[in-house]
Design a protein around this ligand. Structure first.
Ligand code: 6PG
Length: 434
């Protein structure tokens, strides 16, 4: 490293942990970038005995927030200060400035802030880095960031699939369609890099490289954690859950190949793409992206309440505006929306979002309806639409669910117009309504 990059700064190389610790100014501040899980505890165990009270450990990996909570407490018991910092931006972000989501020991963050805010991406003069909250709050926000990342990537992939399967377009033509959307409300980093990936030629064959990439998605677990914690909290996290499910299904290629020969479905019909269908697809993409962000912010709000983290949701939107994978024009709209903390309402109900969904829902419905009829799976587009319709449904069918629960398990129900708990002997008494 020093041979290649030694002239780029004032670096000190160390061969042992002891020499490394001795080389640091006190109070020491050490950033850990190791694989989430046992490796983080291993490095902490190795470093801790050599550190002095007040020294700072910063875990900048993708650790599970509950591990960070535990480590903040353990470090404090030893007089050390622990910062769990979500970092997003990938390889490019590491060079140009990532989005940083620090949480944990506040005094440690305050001390580090002058350095971290310089390292972070900058948008309109603001650093994409601010203290998120105590304990595992920073890693929680990074986890939900990844959950939104999963959902948004899956929505883009579903639109790509419709363009490829239903409209028979080749990757470079699909890139051109996406390029036409990149300057409006759909503007986002993920859309930009989608265009790059779709345009890349494979030099060996002369075809599109993306057509040669195996269709088996991998995952390291952060999307799954997001979905699991949404279920645990009792918030709706269906966009991320559907995206995780789609990745799991994609990874089972052997089963898919077998099922393709066994399970029946509509024959693919290729239809030319007209301007109206293109508009429908962009409407569907925007609407489903709004739902993914709205559910993500709902989840952060619920977790913040449960853990008493007092996370400022606008500050989260602000630090996602640059450097991170889900940076998107939509975040400016979120910043302009009334504060979630005031109303407790999901983002979907805020004026711009409500009005945009009112406009986009028609194209969104046509897209999902058409894809369903054609047998093209749209798990995130469709589940997001079901969430939207579920949210605006004055009378849900849960009355029947309650009746069934009461019949098979005497779980009771509430009756309209009465505060008293009810139970009915559904099978054995009473008369049938006509
Ligand atoms: C980021 C990314 C980063 C990483 C994901 C990939 O914000 O920079 O989210 O953290 O790319 O962990 O996750 P999967 O391997 O699970 O897709």
């Amino acid at each position: 490293m020093l041979e290649r990059h030694g002239d780029e700064g004032d670096f000190v190389a160390s061969d042992t942990v002891e020499a490394f610790i001795a080389s640091l100014k006190r109070p020491r501040a050490i950033i850990l970038m190791v694989k989430a899980g046992d490796a983080v505890d291993g490095v902490i165990d190795e470093l801790s005995p050599l550190l002095d009270p007040g020294d700072i450990l910063i875990d900048a990996g993708n650790s599970l927030f509950s591990d960070t909570d535990r480590r903040v407490g353990m470090a404090a018991a030893k007089g050390l200060r622990f910062v769990g910092m979500g970092v997003s931006g990938g390889e490019q972000g590491a060079l140009d400035g990532p989005s940083m989501m620090p949480g944990g020991d506040r005094s440690a963050y305050d001390q580090l802030a002058p350095i971290l805010t310089q390292m972070a991406a900058q948008v309109d003069g603001d650093a994409c880095c601010s203290y998120v909250g105590p304990g595992g709050a920073g890693h929680y926000v990074k986890m939900v960031h990844n959950g939104i990342e999963y959902a948004d990537m899956q929505v883009i992939a579903e639109i790509y699939d419709i363009l490829r399967t239903t409209h028979g377009l080749a990757a470079p033509d699909i890139a051109d369609i996406f390029a036409g959307w990149r300057d409006g409300d759909l503007s986002s980093y993920l859309l930009d890099i989608t265009i790059d990936v779709l345009r890349r030629r494979d030099d060996a064959t002369g075809g599109s490289l993306v057509d040669l990439v195996l269709d088996e998605a991998e995952q390291k677990g952060t999307g799954r954690w997001t979905a699991m914690d949404a279920f645990r909290l009792g918030v709706v996290g269906t966009s991320t859950a559907a995206a995780v499910g789609a990745r799991v299904l994609s990874a089972g290629k052997v089963l898919r190949l077998r099922a393709a020969g066994v399970l029946d479905g509509p024959a693919a019909t290729v239809r030319p793409l007209d301007a109206a269908a293109t508009d429908d697809l962009s409407a569907a993409l925007l609407a489903a992206r709004i739902v993914a962000f709205s559910q993500g912010f709902d989840q952060i709000a619920a977790a913040s309440k449960e853990h008493d983290w007092r996370i400022d949701l606008k500050a989260v939107a602000a630090l996602w505006r640059g450097g991170c994978i889900i940076r998107a024009r939509l975040l400016d709209r979120i910043l302009d929306a009334p504060a979630r903390e005031d109303s407790g309402d999901p983002l979907l109900l805020a004026p711009w979002f409500r009005d945009t969904l009112a406009q986009t829902q028609h194209g969104w419905r046509r897209t999902v309806g058409m894809a369903t009829a054609d047998g093209v799976p749209t798990p995130v587009l469709a589940s997001a639409l079901a969430y939207y319709d579920g949210l605006r449904q004055e009378r849900s069918p849960a009355n029947l669910i309650q009746g069934l629960r009461d019949e098979f398990g005497a779980h009771g129900y509430r009756r309209a117009g009465s505060d008293d708990p009810q139970h009915t002997d559904w099978a054995r008494s009473g008369t049938d309504a006509q």
